[in-house]
Design a protein around this ligand. Structure first.
Ligand SMILES: [Zn+2]
Length: 296
């Protein structure tokens, strides 16, 4: 047993209601936290106003509540954290790790996703530029609870990456790292679509002298076309009044073998059963990206 408190989080973007895929992530991290008597926090990642759907934050929180996924403490909104992100950026600038980049979209696209350092020696002003963080060639490795050992050479596979966008919005990578530290998050369980962001986040933690949490990346629920369920490809929102069935379906999808009659019980009873039986090993051993159940 660790002496430090275990703190986990679920961090949705308010771009639409919860769907089956986001329910799976919320439920898995909730059960994992509850099984180790830890806290489970909710953070709304509302950093990108143009992508937000009015009312979505409220709707997501209502849906979590109706599924019995009650969070600890108060909800943290990234839109309230801009000063903290600016302070982190300032600290990176003082460390000499930041430069301004004015490469346009066309040039960046021609690079195929790996930035070539083109602007690193140009001493460009802040105006109308993106701020990039210098990386190096030391491999970043971590042991994911589900995926196992994962390693990335940021220089070869990513390049210097953006921490403040040209439109002045802070990047997801910077904000998430600053908030995980602020909320003292010890365990991060989330979808495998974020696996290849994790080395950038660990690198940022190292640059900012932050702690690195434990990571576990869940396989993804796919739609009929084999794409990740997401708001972008119009995954269906979860229907009200069927919360027990949704939880049961998510447990079944996570290979937790919920007994069939459990789906007719209350969400509290289902969550109690699921907490007692939660096995991240089963997820790790038996689950791969796989289709969502029919109807989701
Ligand atoms: Zn550039």
């Amino acid at each position: 047993m660790s002496a430090l408190p275990s703190i986990a989080r679920f961090a949705p973007s308010p771009t639409g209601p919860l769907h089956f895929g986001s329910l799976v992530s919320a439920l898995a991290s909730f059960l994992d936290a509850r099984q180790r008597n830890g806290q489970w926090l909710v953070r709304i990642e509302d950093l990108d106003p143009p992508r937000e759907v009015p009312g979505a934050s409220h709707q997501i929180l209502k849906q979590l509540e109706s599924h019995g996924l009650r969070w600890d403490g108060t909800v943290l909104y990234q839109s309230s954290r801009l000063e903290a992100y600016a302070a982190a950026l300032e600290s990176l600038i003082e460390s000499g790790l930041i430069y301004q980049c004015r490469c346009n979209r066309q040039r960046l696209q021609s690079l195929g996703g790996i930035y070539d350092g083109h602007c690193s020696q140009l001493q460009l002003p802040h105006q109308d530029c993106a701020a990039r963080l210098r990386v190096n060639s030391a491999p970043i490795s971590f042991n994911d609870q589900i995926v196992g050992q994962y390693s990335q050479n940021l220089q070869a596979e990513v390049g210097d990456f953006v921490v403040r966008r040209r439109d002045t919005l802070f990047s997801y990578q910077l904000a998430v790292v600053v908030d995980d530290q602020y909320q003292a998050i010890s365990h991060i369980m989330r979808g495998a679509d974020l696996l290849d962001s994790t080395p950038r986040q660990i690198y940022l933690q190292q640059c900012l002298n932050f702690k690195t949490p434990e990571y576990a990346h869940l396989p993804l629920a796919l739609n009929a076309e084999g794409q990740k369920l997401s708001k972008q490809n119009l995954a269906m929102g979860l229907l009200e009044g069927q919360e027990s069935q949704h939880l049961w379906a998510a447990l079944h999808w996570l290979r937790q073998s919920p007994p069939e009659p459990l789906q007719r019980q209350s969400v509290a009873e289902i969550l109690d059963w699921a907490t007692a039986h939660w096995s991240v090993q089963t997820v790790a051993e038996s689950l791969q990206n796989s289709p969502a159940p029919e109807g989701y």
